[in-house]
Design a binder for this molecule. Sequence first.
Ligand code: 5GP
Ligand code: MN
Length: 342
Amino acid sequence: MKINNIEEINALVGDSERILLTTHTNPDGDAIGSSLGLYHFLKDMGKAVSVLVPNKYPGFISWLPGDDHILVYESEPKRAQQLISEAQLVFCLDYNAIHRSGSLQDVLKVSSVPRIMIDHHPEPVAADFTYLISTTETSSTSELICEFILQMKNGPELSRDIATCLFVGIMTDTGSFSFACNRPRTFEVTAVLMKTGIDVEYIHRRVYDTFSEDRLRLLGYSLSEKLVVKREFATAYIALSRNELEQFNYRVGDTEGIVNYALSIEGINMAVLLTERKGRIRLSFRSKGDFSVNELAREHFNGGGHRNAAGGDVYDTLRKAVLQLEDLLPTYKDALLNVRED
Ligand code: 5GP
Ligand code: MN
């Protein structure tokens, strides 16, 4: 395993004809944006490139240039296995451990070709990869891909298609430049992308102003009927059952962003969205300042993520998951009430 050995990585890319790009399970805007951005760049280099994601992703990120070429493992496992067996090099984008690739992990593990991880999550599992480009201060994997492209000597130009994809990744992972964006470099990279002529206002509308009526009503219902505020623990949560999701004709991605509203209350330092899925309860955590939901999710909910945004699962009923969360709050009371903003 070698960290940030950029010359060797460049040589490896140069020597590989068939390159496979993969993302974490439940791909988000950064997973799709970073992989399609790199896809266009490697295509422009003349490579045979494929993008393979473990499972389906929401409609608000399925319009990017190159989206038609994304293969979903769970929809076409045979074709996906063929691609993996033919690849000479695999990129692992926006995930820090092979198990985060969900349904892809078993087929990826048996492949013997080099694996290059490019990611911005803390505590990468180094043994899972041949090379790592890993930082935690970067807004997004898309920002890292832009840096990767900029330092590639004699590479193709940064095209408008590349820039559109990478901009979506940076925009979605920073909540439209409202968190994880305190470094000037994020804005410098964004400016480089904008100089290709992308229409950032249009991109913003395509991602954020394309709710279905059901999705908007689910958001309204969650906030007016389901929000629980525990001021004594500076915590707010929303728990949605399968039944409730079905009432609003739930589609993948429809609960995206709900948790941020719970965190937007003054004096609330942690917000949690619990949703009942097939065979598990999904928890989505957000926090302010130095309270680490990454640690909380790792220690208690089989998950992880970033300091201020993390996810996890409980393999029990929704009621039990809520109880488990409530039971933990007294342990974290001091930390939650004394969050330091930095
Ligand atoms: P979200 O709440 O938006 O699903 O996830 C927030 C952040 O936590 C994302 O950056 C995501 O990569 C990370 N994350 C979500 N679920 C998990 C998980 O189960 N395990 C780990 N390690 N990270 C997760
Ligand atoms: Mn990301």
